[in-house]
Design a protein around this ligand. Structure first.
Ligand code: PHE
Length: 357
């Protein structure tokens, strides 16, 4: 009995894995196991012999079972330790920068513009890119056959043969959002509306799809002086310089009276575009005092309310600020261009942390 005990305890201690352990259990305690066969021999013993051998065999059986269970637990612990060692990871190591994707300059500049106007109390409004004739033109005091409709190089949507309604258009400017916002919120109101606009035009500074941000401030006693201050303040913040030179040119828009176009002093040297110096001017926005007919069309009483509106070309701003000479490249999706001019995903512009670094 003592021999059996030594043999199996040693075998259990030496077992390398659970399968070996199970083999030992079967050999010792299985139906035809060595210990089980010994127990069967009890029947042929005399009662005296049985009294001694019986409890001793039972004790052996219990001891081996306990040793098997303990070894099994130890093997499981060792397996877990090995796995933990293999899967160990140093989370204090710096992450590897991937630099696969970048934020497009248009997205970045749009965020910069929003951050600046948010500081001045303007909320963001939006409208559809496929617009009705009414919102894009009529409500903005551009009736059918008005010459201004030609100037916009409008893309018209298709109408079924025989459908006489005026076709929808791809909005030619963000100004229809003025109407939609006033209809929804009434006056007083202070919003900007950034987004895509469309005109059939294509050269170094024009693409058929481009971006504008509309501004609208309606209240009591708003004047052209407020408009001028807001635009100058915006340009200083946007270009991150003390002085930028703006040129207000008297102009005409059907939806503003009086109207002004604003140009920014810049230079083009060896294909490089710089702002604030040189003898060139780049037109960046149209503006003016909102026409009483436009207020009335949006359900705002022009006898009580007045204000200004402007429409800035976002793409032009991006070209000027980041020295990008050709607008067409913006929308080519060339990965080399994107990784050169793009922004890291976490460079979120704010007025406090700085718009760009
Ligand atoms: N909608 C005009 C354009 O696209 C710009 C503008 C907006 C002018 C608001 C005056 C007021 O040219």
């Amino acid at each position: 009995m003592e021999e059996l005990r030594q043999k199996y305890l040693t075998a259990i201690a030496d077992a390398a894995d659970e399968a070996a352990l199970e083999q030992i259990r079967i050999t010792a305690l299985g139906k035809k196991g060595e210990v089980s066969l010994k127990m069967r021999e009890l029947g042929r013993m005399s009662p005296e012999e049985r009294k001694i051998a019986g409890p001793a065999l039972n004790a052996l059986k219990n001891e081996l079972n306990a040793a098997l269970a303990a070894k099994k637990a130890a093997l499981a612990d060792a397996a877990l330790d090995a796995r933990l060692r293999a899967e160990w990871l140093d989370v204090t190591l710096p992450a590897r920068p991937r630099r696969q994707g970048t934020v497009h300059p248009i997205s970045q500049v749009t965020e910069e513009v929003i951050a600046i106007f948010a500081e001045m109390g303007f909320a963001v409004a939006e409208g559809p890119q496929i617009e009705t004739d009414w919102y894009n033109f009529d409500a903005l005091n551009i009736p059918p056959h008005h010459p201004a409709r030609q100037e916009f190089d409008t893309f018209y949507m298709h109408r079924e043969e025989g459908d006489e309604r005026p076709p929808h258009v791809l909005r030619t400017h963000t100004s229809p959002v003025q109407i939609r916002a006033m209809e929804q919120q009434g006056a007083p109101i202070r919003i900007i509306a950034p987004g895509r606009v469309y005109r059939s035009d294509y050269d170094q500074t024009h693409t058929p799809m481009f971006h504008q941000v509309e501004g609208l401030a309606i209240d009591k006693g708003i004047s052209m002086a407020n408009l001028k201050w807001v635009l100058e303040e915006f340009c200083r913040a946007f270009f991150e310089v003390e002085e930028v030179e703006l040129r207000f040119r008297a102009s005409h828009f059907p939806f503003t009276e009086p109207s002004a176009e604003v140009d920014l002093r810049c230079s083009w040297q060896d294909g490089q575009l710089k702002v604030g110096e040189g003898d060139d001017w780049m037109e960046i926005l149209g503006s003016g005092m909102v026409h009483p007919k436009v207020l009335a069309a949006a359900g705002v009483d022009p006898a009580e309310w007045q204000g200004f509106a402007f429409g800035i070309g976002i793409d032009r701003l991006a070209m000027l600020k980041y020295g990008i000479p050709d607008l067409r490249a913006f929308f080519d999706s060339d990965l080399r261009w994107l990784s050169h001019y793009g922004f890291a995903a976490l460079d979120v512009p704010t007025m406090r942390a700085g718009l760009s670094r």
